[in-house]
Design a protein around this ligand. Structure first.
Ligand SMILES: Nc1ncnc2c1ncn2[C@@H]1O[C@H](COP(=O)(O)OP(=O)(O)OP(=O)(O)O)[C@@H](O)[C@H]1O
Ligand SMILES: [Mg+2]
Length: 356
């Protein structure tokens, strides 16, 4: 177990700022997920931590020691790359055991660990094959296995499950999480899959354009997104948004429509400038058209999801998703009212893009 501090890490390529002052304090044994859209700098950040790439400025402190300038091999971490980087001429068994052999691990222990990880990742039948004889998903599992057998105190994963089919992905996700409970190593896991982030992380760092937008427990990222970007990126379907402004009587005003927001708990003193109101699909109730405090809406279509359903409504010129019970969805009239649960909603300043 190791703690990792990233302090004001900056990196640019050809004059473009790819990492713009990233700060993260990761505690010993934490499972951290770095979540963000393609191109936001996730792999770059991981490579900088691993020492595969230099940063232009900042400090990386592992267990109290600044590791900038140290070779990757001196940093005591194992990494699974976004591209698998297996040795093509070696069998799967040798790919798995190579690192341990170099480190002088006794033969019996190597054999034990290879057997353990092969069973865990369901690659036992593949041990004598070479990477060229494996599918993408199988290669990816070998790459994960190779990092796991090293029992490092820090494991870095760069989208390790992206090539697995849905079932194997879900299984491996659970395995990795359980493995973390057993190994208790500090893990930094990069993904753009929010289900992985929500289910695996102790804390999630949401990255956007080279910056950490929010670093918090997955539930608070979901319930109290710190910025408009986080609100729109996390959650499926995406959060519903309305634009308007606040008035001095704790109402959110859109043209002639006013919504009482007195139940909202403000993080910051509200201003009366342009504001976005965001509500998740499960925090909206369908009521009769004209019911007090409701917004007029017209049903556009219903998506049946099996366990429940999504109703899509046109409301004040926006498309709104509302989570519904299947029976309710089936009997849904066309013209309805929508009531927003303001205590669970989010308000954002348009000027700063931050949560109010
Ligand atoms: N060696 C390089 N030279 C120039 N630009 C680079 C280099 N490596 C990465 N970049 C740029 O830096 C940005 C961030 O890349 P990075 O690989 O860190 O993104 P990412 O968040 O991992 O994306 P993805 O989810 O697609 O893997 C991208 O715009 C990319 O084009
Ligand atoms: Mg990447």
């Amino acid at each position: 177990m190791s703690s990792i501090s990233l302090r004001q890490i900056k990196k640019s390529y050809a004059g473009l700022d790819i990492l713009k002052s990233v700060d993260l304090e990761i505690e010993k044994g934490e499972f951290i997920v770095i979540l963000g859209p393609s191109g936001c700098g996730k792999s770059t950040l991981l490579n900088v931590i691993a020492g595969l790439d230099d940063c232009d400025a900042g400090q990386i402190v592992i267990d109290g020691n600044d590791v900038i300038g140290l070779e990757p091999s001196q940093r005591g971490l194992a990494m699974v790359f976004q591209s698998y980087a297996l040795f093509p001429a070696m069998t799967v068994r040798r790919n798995l055991s190579f690192g341990m052999k170099i480190a002088g691990t006794p033969k019996t222990l190597i054999a034990e660990k290879v057997a353990w990880v092969a069973k865990l990742l369901q690659i036992e039948p593949l041990l004598e094959r070479k990477p060229g004889q494996l599918s993408g998903g199988q290669r990816q599992r070998v790459a994960i296995g190779r990092a796991l057998v090293r029992s490092s105190s820090i494991c870095l994963f760069d989208e390790p499950l992206s090539n697995l089919d849905a079932k194997l992905r879900a299984e491996t996700r659970v395995e990795l999480k359980q493995l973390h409970e057993t190994l208790k190593s500090t893990m930094i896991y990069v993904t753009h899959d929010q289900i992985e982030a929500m289910t695996m992380a102790d804390r999630v760092a949401v990255m956007y354009k080279g910056q950490v937008e929010q670093f918090a427990h997955p539930q608070s990222i979901y319930e109290k997104p710190a910025s408009l970007f986080v609100a729109g990126f996390v959650g499926s379907p995406a959060m519903n948004f309305l634009d308007g402004r606040l008035d001095s009587e704790a109402r959110f005003v859109m043209g002639n429509t006013k919504v009482d927001v007195s139940e909202y708990i403000f993080d910051k003193a509200p201003d009366l400038a342009e504001t976005m109101l965001g509500v998740r699909c499960e925090d909206i109730t369908v009521v009769n058209r004209g019911a007090p405090g409701s917004l007029p809406a017209t049903l556009s279509f219903i998506e049946l999801l099996g366990a429940d359903a999504l109703g899509w409504f046109d409301c004040l010129g926006k498309r709104f998703s509302v989570r519904l019970a299947v029976a309710t969805a089936r009997a849904m009239p066309k013209e309805v009212g929508l009531k927003l649960d303001i205590a669970k909603a989010s308000l954002f300043s348009v000027a700063t893009q931050r949560r109010l």
